[in-house]
Design a protein around this ligand. Structure first.
Ligand code: FCB
Length: 448
């Protein structure tokens, strides 16, 4: 399928996404408080090769050059997140003016360069001080989060017109509070269900606060999505297991937001979330978002497994399946994009979908100052083609953002996976645009 940017229409939003902890560095500079990722990554065993995000890409010191790079790559939208503990070191109470000043300068720099800032309020870096009070497991997080959202809107709402409340609640509650492989490293069903319910309340409450204070802005929130299929397509046990995993991976947070409640019918264990619910919660879980962000990377094949508690299901890794996969061991399966867009489009209450993340990690080779990352270019082209295919079917998709601008700290995997359009030499902080970055720049300039 050959296509150009023009096939998507003039109002289609093209962008690139990042997250504060993965790029900013400056972890203890200018009054910033610690976040759970600062604390978690100081324990070497938590992160591959014992790495941490203390310095990361030093975006804090180099943002002007990086925004200039975004401009140079013809990328009209830049999605980034605000570090809660940079502006509220204790999570609550006193504001750190230097933190506010940093985001003011960043937003102004984007606007001066003609790059539209789209801001994620929470991309996983909870202030450590709030974690000490129970973090997402404590229902008071709804008030704490409201305070933070209010502070962001008051300071930045005059210039930021696109907001995303949460980044992938399933991932930060599942990996951080059930599996213990992400910050804050907690394990267990009960902490997971409490954290999940409070996150679901916050995603709606955050939307309400922004709408009340900044009615001219577009409000969204983002979800991870993986197309799931039974490993053995005709085996009833695998089909049932797949339906359960689908609830967890793809339905658990969007459905309450749309006023449909939690999908407890299809995953009995989820009924236990009701223990954390109060009388008005059902109504408070829903909010009428202007757009839904979807973050799509792969497909998962699911096998029945009696050994796995609660879901009796396990994921069969791509590397065991004789398919193409990336450095993350994620299958390269572009139709996942098409399926996801159709699936979300079929919820009547969703007004607009933006693909807020899509991209691939590959081992890059720097040769003579150049990175010829043809696999990444192909990955991006094939996924963008699926976005167009869905759009031509009438799906309300109106944006696509690449994950990510530059190689960065990939959570528990440290700096090993390389997702960037731009390579970074982490010793010198030198940036080199990869061939994929040049390709995206050319694609975006097409028809201008
Ligand atoms: C998503 C996260 C993002 C990045 C990509 C690879 O789940 O939102 O921060 O880690 O995966």
């Amino acid at each position: 399928m050959s296509f150009t940017k023009n096939d998507f229409g003039a109002d289609f939003n093209w962008g690139v996404s990042t997250a504060a902890y993965q790029i900013e560095g400056a972890h203890n500079v200018d009054g910033k408080g610690a976040s759970i990722w600062d604390t978690f990554s100081q324990k070497r065993r938590n992160i591959l090769l014992g790495e941490n995000g203390n310095e990361a890409c030093d975006f804090y010191g180099k943002f002007e050059a990086d925004i200039a790079l975004i401009r140079q790559l013809n990328i009209p939208v830049y999605r980034f997140s605000i570090s809660w503990s940079r502006i509220l070191p204790e999570g609550l109470g006193t504001v750190n003016n230097k933190g506010i000043d940093f985001y003011n300068r960043l937003i102004d720099c984007c606007l001066e360069a003609g790059v539209r800032p789209w801001v994620t309020l929470y991309h996983w870096d909870l202030p450590e001080a709030l974690h000490q009070k129970g973090g997402w497991v404590n229902r008071s997080i709804v008030q704490w989060f409201s305070y933070f959202v209010d502070c962001c809107i008051k300071n930045f709402g005059d210039r930021v017109k696109h907001w995303m409340v949460l980044n992938e609640p399933m991932v930060f509650t599942g990996a951080g509070y059930f599996l213990g492989v992400h910050a804050p490293g907690k394990k267990g069903l009960s902490s997971f269900l409490a954290a999940a319910h409070h996150a679901a309340l916050c995603q709606a409450e955050g939307g309400r606060i922004i709408r009340a204070q900044c009615p001219d802005s577009k409000i969204g929130t983002t979800f991870s999505y993986s197309h799931v299929e039974p490993y053995r397509p005709t085996l009833a046990r695998d089909i049932r297991a797949t339906a359960k995993v689908d609830v967890l991976l793809n339905r658990m947070f969007i459905e309450p937001l749309l006023g449909m409640g939690y999908p407890t019918k299809d995953l009995a264990i989820l009924k236990r979330i009701e223990r954390f619910m109060k009388s008005d919660d059902e109504a408070n879980l829903s909010f009428d978002m202007d757009f839904i962000g979807l973050q799509i990377y792969t497909r998962e094949l699911i096998q029945y497994s009696p050994l796995v508690p609660f879901v009796n299901a396990k994921i069969i890794k791509a590397s065991k399946r004789n398919v193409q996969y990336t450095q993350m061991d994620w299958e390269v399966y572009p139709p996942s994009m098409y399926e996801a867009l159709h699936r979300f489009n079929s919820y009547p209450a969703i007004k607009e979908i933006i693909v807020t993340e899509n991209g691939a990690a590959y081992k890059d080779k720097l040769q003579d100052g150049r990175i010829e990352d043809i696999d990444r270019i192909k990955y991006l082209q094939d996924h963008i083609a699926q976005v167009l295919r869905a759009k031509m079917d009438g799906v309300k998709v109106n944006g696509y953002f690449v994950w990510t601008l530059m190689d960065n700290f990939e959570w528990a995997e440290g700096f090993t996976p390389k997702f960037g359009l731009v390579h970074i030499d982490f010793k010198t902080q030198q940036r080199i645009v990869k061939d994929s970055g040049k390709w995206y720049a050319q694609f975006l300039n097409n028809g201008l």
